[in-house]
Design a protein around this ligand. Structure first.
Ligand SMILES: [Fe+2]
Ligand SMILES: [Fe+2]
Length: 310
């Protein structure tokens, strides 16, 4: 029996008042999360397609159970991010095209790569999420609490569930194609593909969201993974974000160093995400969800522990 829980959370994205810059004082973080929203449906569909194909090949019943729950969690994430995107596209309709381009790019990967490669891609990326999201969740008071509650709640839910199923993608990969060298070889393709996705999303944001609504802030995310693109995003952070407004402003250097070490270690042989250093916020979130499920969609106003409480 897997311990993964599939939670259906209905976020309130029915209106057309969801801001593009959803965090008033952390524009770079707001853009990073918007990027994740546009990345998510395509990536998660890619995961669901590959994992569905993998399940009949897995002999270990416990891994099959975990894979089934994990793909159902990913399907929930995908649907929630699609509703966030729909809300944004009601105000800036061109963003629909950006979302479609991302999904088409992932569908191309599905159509042109063998299952082992697709499971390798997924395991590589999913392994980075625990060290990557831990820093965000450890600084939830600064990075989420001051933002639009609907959007902040969406990302809190998604990030804690990524931490909850942190080992699943690797387990599925190992069950089907237990080769570390092959998985490492996929990293070059992952980087090439993320470079393409970054370009699609940042140029979509710039094209379809007017400067007055924050479209120019897309420059805070690199439009690819080349050194030129990374330098341009750093320059934009100096020009467009005020003092103390960078994503990691106020995060101690040792925590950033631990994140970088964690990202590198996530790709090492014998790395098992089960034993990762986890953010205490994740446990707090799961306990609060069990006590008051409606708090998931309105983290700061529904149920116990409202805004300002730990
Ligand atoms: Fe996800
Ligand atoms: Fe995931």
């Amino acid at each position: 029996m897997t311990e993964l829980q599939v939670r259906r959370v209905r976020f309130d994205f029915a209106g057309d008042d969801v801001p593009f810059v959803w965090h008033p004082t952390r524009p770079a973080f707001a853009m990073q999360c918007n990027l994740i929203s546009f990345f998510a449906p395509g990536f998660e569909k890619f995961i669901v397609d590959a994992t569905r194909e993998a399940i009949p090949l897995i002999r270990d019943r416990a891994v099959v159970d975990e894979a089934t729950a994990y793909l159902r969690q990913e399907a929930q994430h995908s649907a929630a991010h699609a509703s966030h995107i729909r809300a944004l596209a009601r105000r800036w309709p061109g963003l629909r095209q950006t979302a479609n381009e991302v999904t088409a790019s992932f569908d191309r990967l599905t159509a042109t790569n063998p299952l082992a490669w697709r499971l390798g891609y997924t395991a590589v990326v999913e392994a980075t999420f625990t060290p990557y999201f831990k820093v965000f969740l450890d600084h939830e008071d600064k990075l989420f609490a001051p933002g639009d509650e609907r959007v902040a709640s969406l990302f809190l839910w998604h990030f804690v569930e990524e931490i909850e199923h942190r080992s699943s993608a690797l387990r599925v990969y190992d069950a089907v194609h237990d080769s570390y060298p092959y998985r490492v070889k996929t990293i070059a393709g992952v980087i090439r593909h993320i470079d393409e996705i970054l370009h699609i999303i940042t140029s979509g944001f710039r094209t379809h969201v007017p400067e007055a609504d924050g479209g120019d802030l897309a420059a805070l995310i690199p439009d690819g993974l080349s050194p030129r693109a990374l330098r341009a995003a750093q320059r934009a952070a100096r020009d467009l974000a005020g003092p103390g407004q960078a994503t990691y402003a106020g995060v101690p250097r040792r925590e950033l160093l631990a994140m970088i070490v964690g990202l590198v270690r996530s790709q090492a042989p014998h790395h098992d995400p089960t034993f990762e250093d986890l953010p205490p916020f994740a446990d707090h979130w799961f306990e609060r969800f069990d006590a008051e499920p409606r708090s998931a969609a309105r983290w700061y106003t529904v149920g116990v522990g409202g805004r300002g409480e730990p």
